[in-house]
Write a protein that binds this ligand. Structure first.
Ligand code: PEP
Length: 275
């Protein structure tokens, strides 16, 4: 049983003041949501103040990027040990915007994943096909290749902490969402690729869907058993809208009064930024 993970990717939005105002509005809503792991991924400037505001709350925080090296002459970059020192729970890597706008290759992404795992931070590895690739019938091949090339060899037992976000590029920021059936099919491809690499451990890896998730479509997407949460861009900028998406991820048993057990191997991000 995988505990859903819903992450807000704010991208290059929100000053420190705006981030703190958001936390004030979001935290009371987050405290009502049971059985779901939640994280906010603000821009780097807001990481430290936001991490303080989230201390002791059920909401973790994530970085939107990281460099592969622990330290060095890499102007403008931030390393995994630097993030770990602040209590970072997750970091997004391989986002299509980084691949497309900043020329990041899957090989570089694999080095970032390795650096994060070494620092005790859970990578959220994004994969997904472009529209032309889907229309050419190549979506599965593209996703499998990205997984193959973006995942490094991991020390045995560390696979559980991985998160994969399936984000069809044609659905990101476009308002065009994959249907639940289409998303579930692609999640099946990701799960199969993870199983052939990690065996039974793959069943503990969470696979999020990302691409124009909104309060209106979240329930249908998150009802698919293979969709273990959401990576949310635009609709996460408003605390009410993000809270509504997070509430849609509450497992049936929890909404009926029961609770899901925490994941095996401590795969949840909760507590990483707690006192
Ligand atoms: C994203 O950037 O990861 C994303 C899914 O964005 P949006 O929700 O705006 O499509």
């Amino acid at each position: 049983m995988r505990r859903p993970l819903v992450v807000a990717n704010w991208k290059m939005h929100k000053t420190v003041r705006e981030a703190l105002t958001y936390a004030e509005a979001f935290l009371p809503r987050a405290r009502e949501i049971e059985g779901v792991d939640l994280a906010l991924a603000p821009p780097f400037t807001a990481l430290e103040p936001l991490s303080r505001a989230l201390l002791g709350s059920p909401v973790a925080w994530a970085a939107q990027n990281v460099h592969a090296e622990p330290a060095g002459a890499f102007t403008g970059e931030v390393s995994a040990p630097m993030l770990a020192e602040l209590g970072c729970a997750f970091a997004i890597v391989g986002h299509s915007e980084r691949r497309r706008l900043f020329g990041e290759s899957s090989g570089f992404v694999a080095r970032k994943v390795a650096a994060l795992v070494a620092a005790g931070i859970r990578p959220i590895l994004c994969v997904g096909e472009q529209l032309e690739e889907r229309e050419a019938g190549r979506a599965r091949e593209v996703v499998e290749r990205q997984l193959e090339e973006s995942l490094p060899e991991l020390p045995s037992g560390r696979e559980d902490g991985l998160v994969v976000a399936y984000e069809p590029v044609w659905a990101i920021g476009t308002g065009r969402t994959a249907t639940p059936a289409l998303a579930a099919e692609a999640h099946g491809w990701v799960r199969a690729a993870l199983r052939s690499r990690y065996g039974g451990a793959a069943d503990r890896i969470r696979i999020q869907y990302g691409g124009s998730v909104k309060p209106e479509n979240a329930s249908a997407l998150l009802a698919e058993p293979e969709i273990d949460g959401a990576l949310v861009g635009g609709a996460s900028l408003d605390p009410e809208s993000f809270a509504a998406i997070a509430a849609a991820a509450v497992p049936q048993a929890a909404s009926a009064g029961g609770r899901r057990p925490p994941p095996a191997g401590g795969a949840s991000g909760q507590g990483r930024n707690q006192p």
